[in-house]
Write a protein that binds this ligand. Structure first.
Ligand SMILES: Nc1ncnc2c1ncn2[C@@H]1O[C@H](COP(=O)(O)OP(=O)(O)O)[C@@H](O)[C@H]1O
Ligand SMILES: [Mg+2]
Length: 368
């Protein structure tokens, strides 16, 4: 299929095929799942409903194939019908295993086989997760990565929050990654001593917003697999917020994850979501390194601490689930400003800067 990512090709083609039942494109109707390439051929599942007549199914299959060919796909489209199938016309044999070494590991968040990929040449892959968005997951990821670099380790930051990328802003470098045509590798941007890749470097926020599961997975897979992380001690992955299918699929696609850090605020609603994060990692047998309690308090001018989002919620949750709090980070204008100007607060010799450095030290000690 040449060098074109099959998931990108598939989205383009499926976006042009109208589904007569929903009136939307078969892509928007989420009828195309689990793309896998096998040689030049592209295997997908087409999810039909009972209302799809055998003729409608055949038309969709043919149109999809012809759009793919028009877009430059060399092989054939191998479509497997799934979903409600009273009018099942073509029952192709279902592939039993994911194809080893396949290029299109993009898998819809609805399940399907997953090809695990190790991140080449990286000593430890560390996930930073949160149950909720907006709790400071990206801020913690960026400061942890820069802190590790400050300690002299080779550190990388992979911003996998495709729908809300922020690493280029947080590290103050909006430039695009280069490609090494000889080694066929994406070269991460280096900012504050950290190798960084983010969807924010490649597409506009509006564009990324409408990406669906398979495309997101395709992009993340490329970041994991096709980028030059060689020689890093620590690669920090800033996960999309939440504990749903998208996160699960992503976690299952990366092999050799050393541990995870969960970011939460002390607020009850955030803690409830963080608890789900703990459960998710335990189910996947991924070691939980600990929690980071962000926005733990607001410091008043006289030095007293106002627990805006509740008091010691992170510590309570840590005790409840049997883990530790690695850092308590206050709610501070300085942090917000440091994010906006792209100079992580960990670089400052302030109590908060030292708290983030201490977080980096603890993580390095937990994963030597
Ligand atoms: N401790 C803090 N004090 C002040 N502002 C913060 C703090 N942590 C994060 N922020 C700000 O809150 C917003 C959300 O943080 P972010 O790290 O992007 O969250 P997430 O990645 O979880 O969505 C950002 O604008 C960030 O600058
Ligand atoms: Mg974020």
């Amino acid at each position: 299929m040449g060098d074109v990512d099959p998931t990108l090709l598939l989205q383009a083609a499926a976006g042009r095929v109208r589904d007569p039942v929903s009136g939307r494109s078969v892509w928007m109707a989420e009828m195309v799942r689990s793309p896998r390439s096998k040689g030049d051929d592209l295997h997908v599942e087409l999810v039909f409903q009972a209302a799809h007549s055998p003729e409608a199914r055949e038309t969709i299959r043919k149109e999809l194939a012809s759009h793919l060919t028009a877009l430059g796909m060399k092989g054939r489209l191998m479509a497997l019908d799934t979903g409600a199938t009273p009018g099942l016309a073509h029952a192709h044999e279902r592939p039993k295993d994911p194809v080893p070494g396949m290029t299109g590991a993009g898998v819809a968040p609805h399940g399907g086989p997953i090809a695990k990929k190790r991140v080449e040449g990286v000593r430890h892959v560390i996930l930073v997760a949160s149950g909720k968005g907006g709790v400071g997951k990206s801020t913690v990821s960026a400061n942890l990565a820069v802190g590790l670099a400050q300690l002299g380790y080779g550190a990388g930051l992979l911003d996998a929050d495709v729908h809300g990328p922020s690493a280029p802003i947080l590290l103050g470098d909006p430039s695009r990654p280069a490609a090494d045509p000889v080694r066929k590798k994406i070269l991460p941007v280096v900012a504050h001593g950290v190798r960084m890749l983010s969807m924010g470097q490649l597409v506009s926020a509006d564009e990324a917003m409408i990406w669906r599961g398979p495309m997101v997975m395709g992009a993340v897979r490329q970041f994991v697999q096709d980028a030059d992380w060689e020689g890093l001690d620590y690669l920090i992955i800033d996960l999309p917020p939440g504990t749903g299918d998208a996160q699960l699929t992503l976690l299952q696609a990366v092999d050799g994850i050393s541990g995870a850090v969960i970011v939460t605020t002390p607020q009850e609603v955030a803690l409830a979501d963080a608890r789900r994060g703990v459960t998710m990692f335990r189910k996947l047998d991924l070691p939980l390194l600990g929690l980071v309690e962000n926005m733990a308090w607001y410091e008043l001018p006289d030095g007293t601490r106002d627990p805006v989002f509740g008091d010691q919620g992170g510590l309570r949750l840590a005790a409840e689930v049997g883990t530790q709090v690695l850092a308590q980070i206050p709610l501070q204008t300085a942090i917000r400003l440091s994010c906006d100007v792209g100079v992580p607060v960990v670089l400052s010799n302030t109590p908060t800067g030292r708290a983030f450095m201490d977080l980096a030290r603890q993580v390095a000690a937990l994963l030597p």
